[in-house]
Design a protein around this ligand. Structure first.
Ligand code: SF4
Ligand code: SF4
Ligand code: SF4
Length: 376
């Protein structure tokens, strides 16, 4: 019999009790019902023009950690096999290369996510040599260029992810005057590229990538492979919208100083750094809000100017790094004109609210304004 609970309709209570009586559906069962995959390989190449900084960064991830994903500690995820030359438990060499060859030959036993780290050089202009390679061709013994690996693997991948700004947009290696013709993955494959599962290239920029930003993106894709999450939402630069939808400035600890027109003139100051080179107001990045490791850090919060490392225009459009951004000069001048006045007015109000009301005393007279007639 359904109990009566004051204020809650008895039908609603009955529905809830009925639902509680149903056996709990385990995440693995949900995955099966959704037609999701049980196992995924991650083929991770850092053989682009790269410093391996993004691979190293991932070792600091906590939301989730790489270990939790690989050890199956997160409910509902497919089994994940990681193939990364630094993070992989194999001995390297041919053993490391085997799954890449298998994937290229359609012999891998499960779908794979291709992760590309590092800028992609243009092998059409490599002269008599090559810019960068990974492993050798078993038939010829010749090095296999990164371009060839991308040509072979990207069309067969369940999803393709670019990690770090070098892989996403070209980064430092793609600066004006570079000899390699370096570019980002979308410049190479085409911005309208779709993976085997119909997913656009997923860009997770940063130099290096913020570790939890990458792991959270990977988690979304793994849940999508499991059939438990919808299509990953991406912006025009192919970045996950929930991570890159806000500016650095909107999450910066120093934004209150900016608003009051109070600017740092050297790097020892806790004030807003726009006059000494910070591009935060126009850069999409969540690092000041999220921090770097375990919520700690986040460039401008801890004294570093934002140099726009997550942006397609990085680095050329943000140089010279230590100079005041041109737009910053105009906006900070305008902010200073009213911010100085607001700061003074707030100073007066601040002094007022720092004092207790005058009726709190130990005298013999009540001065609170209490009037017994009010209670009648
Ligand atoms: Fe290194 Fe930065 Fe390029 Fe990543 S984006 S490979 S950290 S230079
Ligand atoms: Fe904005 Fe940079 Fe100033 Fe922070 S330091 S408030 S991001 S301009
Ligand atoms: Fe890069 Fe700026 Fe974000 Fe720091 S705050 S990670 S410099 S975009």
């Amino acid at each position: 019999m359904t109990r009566r609970t004051p204020g809650i309709p008895s039908e609603a209570v009955a529905r809830l009790e009925d639902r509680l009586r149903q056996p709990e559906v385990r995440p693995e069962e949900k995955r099966k019902r959704a037609g999701g995959v049980d196992e995924v390989h991650i083929l991770w190449t850092s053989e682009g023009m790269s410093c391996d900084g993004d691979t190293v960064s991932i070792t600091a991830a906590m939301q989730p950690s790489l270990e939790d994903v690989l050890l199956g500690a997160i409910p509902g995820l497919p089994k994940v096999n990681l193939h990364n030359k630094v993070l992989h438990p194999s001995l390297g060499g041919e053993e490391f290369m085997r799954p890449f060859h298998q994937a290229a030959n359609d012999q891998l036993d499960a779908p794979f996510v291709l992760v590309v780290e590092g800028s992609i050089p243009n092998e059409n202009i490599n002269g008599d040599g090559y810019w960068t390679s990974m492993g050798n061709d078993p038939a010829t013994g010749e090095p296999i260029t990164l371009n060839t690996w991308i040509d072979r693997l990207a069309p067969k991948a369940w999803a393709v992810v670019a990690i770090g700004t070098c892989a996403t947009y070209g980064g430092i290696h793609a600066m004006a005057g570079n000899p390699t013709g370096c570019m980002g993955l979308a410049d190479y494959l085409g911005w309208d590229f779709r993976s085997k599962a119909g997913i656009p290239i997923v860009n997770v920029p940063g130099c290096p990538v913020q570790p939890d930003n990458f792991m959270e993106t990977l988690l979304w894709l793994l849940y999508q492979a499991a059939g438990l999450s919808p299509m990953i939402p991406l912006d025009e630069a192919l970045r996950p919208t929930w991570l890159f939808g806000k500016t650095v400035h909107e999450g910066c600890d120093r934004a209150g100083y900016y608003e009051q027109g109070d600017f740092a003139l050297d790097y020892n100051s806790p004030k807003c750094q726009v006059k000494i080179g910070c591009w935060g107001p126009v850069v999409n990045c969540n690092v000041p809000k999220r921090g770097w490791m375990a919520g700690i850090g986040g460039c401008p919060n801890v004294g570093g100017i934002c140099i726009g490392c997550t942006m397609p225009g990085f680095p050329d459009k943000f140089m010279p790094f230590m100079d005041e951004p041109p737009g910053g000069r105009l906006s900070s001048t305008m902010t200073r004109s009213y911010g100085t006045m607001i700061r003074k007015l707030r100073g007066i109000t601040n002094q007022t609210v720092n004092k207790e009301p005058k009726w709190r005393h130990n005298n013999t007279e009540l001065t609170t304004g209490y009037d017994p007639r009010w209670s009648r």
